[in-house]
Ligand binder design. Structure first.
Ligand SMILES: [Zn+2]
Ligand SMILES: [Zn+2]
Length: 787
């Protein structure tokens, strides 16, 4: 008010004449309504027998017709029908002629822009008082070709779109309707005192009598109703309070460019909306809400306005809301008394002040009145993004946010909007019931924020299994981690590698969040946990722990990597990450909750990009070698003598030098050799990007024994599982097998007993033996628990 940015004016709003109240857009209840649908002729000025054809479903608004809209780029035609000349959109001609059962001769095609400013006569000027120069105006936003004639009857007092166009062309918002839904005297004697919707038949009759009616039918269409009493609503002009957006629009447009927008196309959409935005109507006629702090002098000849900025400017009042606030009267300079106007503020105005309204004075000083980041859906282009910008400019002459992130909507897997009637609606409760809130969050955050969020049970399942991996890793630690925390440990190459990968992932994750693209960070985190950590590193670590080959280093590494992974997981799946932290880590850590641990930072000193590249090479060679094994039908459990890598690349040699042991373990080879030329022998081969891998197919006695023993061992372990025996439960083993197998097992008895916690092995048949075969040889096995 003090800056001159507020004014009182008129505005068209949906209105229930039965309840005598205006409605906000979100209160409209759309339902089917049967209304007249009529085509009407408007006689053109200074042209002989020539007419514009318009269409309307609200004949009663013709009383307040003040113009006709045409689209500047649509094609219109001048046609001869009987002895008259009509104008309408080319695309609507066939439709109307079909209705009339008539034919038309097209005389000329005219672009809409050439019809601009043609003047016409009101179809029943003799019955209405209102005189005006009625003419055609242009609108590229409100003229459609799906229905009607391509010319839109415009009554700025009875339609929001009409009102907006009316303001653009300075057409009066004539509204001869009172608060009870009856025409006023301004409408003319014939109509005065009649209910507008009930006047429809009378108006159609009038048009028929004076020859203006082209066609009449009934139409079922969606129409807004009062949510309280179901009366069809009408649009009328009302007195309202506005923020004069027109005075600050240039500043608004400039401010939009200073803000960081994600995605950038949101900025363009927003600019388009703001550039067309009319003055902002901030008053509402209702009881609940923030009272508009405007007092007006009751003396008619004075009418002075006072706008209150704080409760200190008014006498003490019990409560700042209605009805108490309305008891406050202020003295006017003229000696009269000022009363508050009865309106309250639009809730969008409240939301526009959210940033500073949520802080007290001290906090405002400390944090300022500009938010770092706001996040909302695409529907807020015309909502919150806008109300914040407007309020920010009025209050602080600037945008109250530095960065803005706009997200898409939840849709079905084909990108269609979900709706119960279409049958593609997936209730959130069903998803949560099946997978839990954390899985749903991870799924939602894993896709590009501003795209539509396409629902998919498969993707949900994938998220769920990724979260399960975190659980399994925690369970693994519970089982193998010592009681006392491992402070430091000597690390193997693989440990250093996975820690390097972790730190690179943390860097990528943080960077993605900084760039407001959390989906990229979450993808990096998920790939790291599932592929690098769980699928690859854990294989190496488990092997080492089982063989007692620097298990400390492996356990230290698993602990560190998993804990930091959980911290990254916390903002995405807060419940599961916290649960896992409490379940295992909190006993070793000083913080009582994962939320207190603080976001992790990538440590440059632990990153080794060369080693990571080399490990990529090792991974590739591994998968080629496993394919070569597969095509030769040699199971991974059976060791091979030598894995040959035929390559001339130094990169390959370096990688194998650094990580050869890991390659041995992954491929189950005794030896790895990088060669430029292959020796003679029988091999199974497979290509990789830098050469070829060859599996030595010759199995010597030693390899055969080792393979056989690992098959036997696995079968014993499976039996332990089926009998639900714990690791600490000692067993006896009974074997009934071919001589050759028996001989091999006898030779390796001690190692087998140690490996499966057995006290003895007997070579005889007992009851309930499990029959099996290994490499085509029959073998029967049984175990018993020994006390
Ligand atoms: Zn009502
Ligand atoms: Zn006064």
């Amino acid at each position: 008010w003090e800056k001159g940015l507020m004014h009182e004016g008129i505005y068209v709003l949906p209105y229930c004449y039965r309840c005598e109240t205006t409605m906000a857009n979100y209160e409209l209840e759309y339902g089917e309504e049967t209304d007249p649908s009529i085509f009407v002729k408007f006689r053109l000025h200074d042209r002989d027998n020539e007419f514009l054809i318009i269409w309307t479903t609200t004949p009663w608004t013709l009383v307040a017709n003040m113009g006709v809209m045409a689209h500047p780029t649509f094609a219109y035609v001048k046609v001869r029908v009987d002895n008259e000349i009509w104008y309408l959109a080319k695309e609507r001609l066939d439709h109307l002629m079909n209705l009339l059962g008539k034919s038309a001769t097209v005389l000329e095609e005219i672009p809409g822009r050439k019809i601009n400013e043609w003047e016409y006569e009101h179809p029943f000027q003799d019955r209405i008082k209102k005189k005006a120069a009625r003419k055609v105006v242009l609108s590229d936003e409100y003229v459609m070709l799906e229905e009607g004639s391509g010319f839109v009857h415009t009554a700025p007092g009875h339609g929001i779109e009409d009102f907006i166009i009316g303001r653009r062309y300075e057409i009066e918002a004539f509204c001869p309707v009172d608060s009870t839904g009856n025409y006023t005297g301004e409408a003319g004697e014939m109509f005065a005192g009649k209910n507008v919707r009930e006047a429809n038949p009378m108006i159609i009759e009038l048009l028929r009598e004076n020859g203006s009616l082209v066609y009449e039918e009934r139409l079922k269409h969606r129409y807004p109703h009062c949510w309280r009493c179901k009366t069809p609503l009408i649009f009328i002009t009302t007195k309202q309070w506005f923020i004069s957006v027109s005075k600050i629009k240039e500043r608004m447009m400039a401010e939009i460019d200073k803000t960081e927008w994600h995605p950038d196309f949101a900025r363009e959409r927003f600019k388009e909306f703001v550039s067309n935005a009319p003055d902002w109507c901030i008053s509402r006629q209702r009881y609940w809400g923030i009272p508009l702090p405007i007092w007006r002098c009751g003396k008619k000849e004075c009418g002075k306005i006072k706008v209150i900025g704080s409760k200190d400017e008014i006498p003490k009042v019990k409560e700042l809301h209605r009805p108490y606030i309305d008891e406050v009267e202020l003295g006017c300079e003229c000696g009269g008394s000022m009363k508050r106007i009865p309106d309250v503020l639009d809730v969008w105005f409240d939301s526009g002040n959210a940033i500073w309204a949520s802080l007290d004075n001290g906090e405002r000083k400390r944090y300022g009145e500009v938010a770092d980041l706001i996040i909302e859906g695409q529907d807020q282009i015309r909502g919150w993004f806008y109300s914040l910008l407007g309020s920010g400019l009025v209050r602080n002459d600037g945008t109250p946010y530095r960065r803005l992130l706009m997200h898409g909507f939840f849709v079905d897997e084909h990108g269609e909007k979900m709706s119960k009637s279409l049958g593609n609606f997936v209730p959130l409760e069903d998803i949560i019931e099946k997978y839990g809130a954390d899985t749903f969050r991870m799924w939602g955050l894993s896709s590009t924020i501003w795209d539509e969020l396409k629902f998919s049970w498969d993707d949900m399942k994938k998220c769920s299994s990724d979260l399960n991996i975190a659980l399994n890793l925690t369970v693994f630690l519970e089982r193998f981690y010592p009681k006392k925390r491992i402070g430091e440990a000597e690390l193997d190459e693989a440990d250093k590698w996975v820690i390097s990968r972790l730190n690179n992932t943390i860097k990528e994750y943080r960077q993605a969040f900084e760039n407001t693209e959390p989906n990229k960070g979450i993808k990096a985190m998920r790939t790291f946990i599932t592929e690098d950590f769980s699928r690859f590193y854990m294989k190496i670590a488990k092997d080492r722990i089982a063989k007692g080959n620097n298990p400390e280093g492996a356990l230290y590494t698993i602990y560190t990597v998993l804990l930091k992974s959980l911290v990254m997981l916390a903002p995405v799946s807060p419940f599961i990450s916290e649960y896992l932290y409490l379940r295992f880590f909190s006993a070793h850590e000083k913080e009582e909750s994962l939320s207190l641990v603080g976001m992790v930072r990538g440590e440059e000193g632990r990153i080794n990009n060369v080693a990571e590249k080399q490990m990529d090479v090792i991974k590739e060679i591994t998968s080629s070698a496993l394919l070569a094994r597969q095509s030769a039908a040699i199971k991974t459990r059976w060791p091979i003598r030598t894995l040959y890598i035929e390559s001339k690349s130094h990169e390959i040699m370096d990688a194998v030098r650094a990580f050869g042991k890991i390659l041995n373990m992954m491929v189950n080879a005794k030896d790895v050799a990088v060669v430029e030329e292959m020796p003679g022998g029988k091999f199974s081969s497979c290509d990789f990007s830098n050469g070829k891998v060859h599996i030595d197919m010759k199995i010597d006695e030693e390899l055969y024994e080792e393979g056989m023993m690992s098959e036997v061992k696995r079968r014993v372990q499976n039996l332990r599982k089926t009998e639900n025996l714990l690791e600490k439960d000692a067993i006896s083993i009974y074997i009934d097998a071919e001589k050759e197998i028996e001989a091999i097992v006898r030779k390796n008895e001690d190692a087998l007993m140690k490996g499966v916690n057995a006290k003895k092995i007997e070579f005889k048949g007992v009851e309930n033996m499990k029959e099996d075969e290994i490499d085509g040889r029959e073998v029967k096995l049984a175990i018993k628990r020994v006390k």
